[in-house]
Design a protein around this ligand. Structure first.
Ligand SMILES: Cc1cc2nc3c(=O)[nH]c(=O)nc-3n(C[C@H](O)[C@H](O)[C@H](O)COP(=O)(O)OP(=O)(O)OC[C@H]3O[C@@H](n4cnc5c(N)ncnc54)[C@H](O)[C@@H]3O)c2cc1C
Length: 392
């Protein structure tokens, strides 16, 4: 049997899962897994839950081996035509097939916000995405316990981090552009419930944008678009992510893929994308991207299976449809979701106590979300993407 060399770029959730699936397939595949130069592959979900709050050191968040020793050399670019990747070190490596699993990067505040760069340089304004961000936040929190944290953002990472920091004794103010934080990603009923959980715990500035940031020796203060001024020890931005692909796919559109996660920008060239970098097309609908751990892992395995199938070494995994779960713990309550609520065009409350919501695209259930309703949500996952009504 001929040995095929498969390059996997990115040693995170999707990349490690893909590498494991390929090496475990016993199909004569040689996997080369590329990690960023000097970076220890780690579990990003522990950035806020472990390292930022001082529970874990970064090395304790390291990912278990994928059975392949990663090449620690950032991929600078890919040439799908000559089937080579270009590395930071100047080396080139050939591949027969490639899985791009480079994840996403965080969105910072707009560059026209007065004082933004000064606050970043002073370490008073940061994203919370990498282990380096986590260490920066942890150091700042240690200087002033309890610290006053200004949390910008309304998504799941902002929500969960606000809760974690409050439990750790810090004083957190929530500042979100939406009046109902998280409504876009988890839908109205669950976002409202989360807001109810947050409101007794935090000062909340909702429906507001940041206009300026001022950095002083011992604090930062932000001015909102209604002239409100709020002071804190650190400002944490959690405004979501954008895909982060190597050249030639560095644009904001990420890596569009077909149902088997084959790159649409390199058709027929055995290039696949999985995880936060991949942009999917829901059948008969719009494009979407998912940036959750379990879903990225599932996509990594799906891309590996599709690749094996295309090489004539495995069975067709079919069309990828999102059903994986994601969860956050907020002020003593657990939000569990499955599928991708953003695909929904309408929501139906299928249980009010505990609260469970089904998200529909037309007549098709595409996601479930619930608060303290793990068993009910998990029970209904098999109904996602078929047309059976969800009944509880
Ligand atoms: C603070 C925080 C908390 C989170 N908590 C949760 C949670 O509780 N539950 C949940 O489901 N999701 C959570 N997420 C989201 C989850 O971590 C991501 O969705 C998931 O890690 C995405 O997997 P991925 O493989 O696409 O990317 P990643 O896991 O980010 O892996 C991508 C890897 O590729 C590397 N890379 C990038 N470019 C290159 C290159 N050119 N060359 C070589 N390597 C490269 C990166 O350095 C990284 O190691 C959280 C995210 C954050 C930031």
């Amino acid at each position: 049997m001929r040995t095929n060399t498969v390059g996997v770029i990115g040693a995170g959730a999707a990349g490690i899962a893909a590498a494991k699936a390929l090496t475990g397939a016993d199909a004569g595949i040689e996997v080369e897994l590329f990690a960023r130069t000097g970076e220890e592959p780690s579990n990003r979900t522990l950035v806020n839950k472990g390292v930022a709050i001082g529970l874990l050191d970064p090395h304790q968040a390291a990912l278990p081996s994928a059975g392949v020793i990663p090449t620690s050399d950032t991929v600078r670019g890919v040439d799908p035509r000559t089937r080579e990747v270009r590395l930071d070190s100047g080396e080139r490596r050939a591949f027969d097939a490639l899985i791009v699993a480079t994840g996403s990067r965080p969105v910072l505040l707009d560059e026209d916000i007065v004082g933004r760069d000064q606050a970043v340089h002073a370490g008073r304004l940061t994203t919370l995405h990498s282990m380096a961000d986590a260490v920066r936040v942890r150091a700042r929190l240690a200087e002033a316990t309890p610290a006053r944290v200004l949390m910008l953002g309304g998504g799941l990472v902002a929500s969960e981090t606000a809760s974690l920091l409050t439990d750790a004794g810090h004083d957190v103010a929530l500042i979100a552009r939406s009046h109902v934080p998280g409504v876009r990603s988890i839908g109205n009923p669950i976002a409202r419930k989360l807001l109810e959980l947050h409101q007794p715990q935090h000062a909340a500035y909702l429906g507001r944008q940041v206009r300026a940031i001022r950095t002083d020796a011992d604090r930062a203060s932000i001015t909102l678009d209604d002239d409100t001024r709020i002071e804190g020890d650190i400002v944490v931005v959690a405004h979501g992510t954008v895909p982060a692909a190597p050249a030639p796919w560095t644009g904001p559109e990420g890596m569009p893929v077909d149902g088997r996660l084959r790159s649409l920008q390199a058709p027929g060239q055995r290039v696949y994308a999985a995880g936060g970098v991949a942009v999917h097309q829901y059948p008969g609908s719009r494009s979407y991207r998912i940036d959750h751990w379990d879903d990225s892992t599932t996509q990594g395995v799906h891309a590996a299976d599709a690749l094996l199938h295309d090489l004539g070494l495995g069975t067709d995994p079919g069309i990828y449809l999102p059903t994986s779960t994601f969860s956050v713990r907020v002020h003593g309550h657990t939000l569990l979701g499955a599928g991708h609520p953003e695909l929904g065009t309408s929501t139906r409350v299928v249980s009010s106590d505990p609260l469970v919501v089904a998200h529909y695209h037309g007549d098709t259930p595409v996601a479930l979300t619930g608060i303290d309703a793990g068993a009910l949500v998990r029970e209904q996952i098999p109904h996602l993407h078929d047309r059976d009504p969800i009944r509880i």
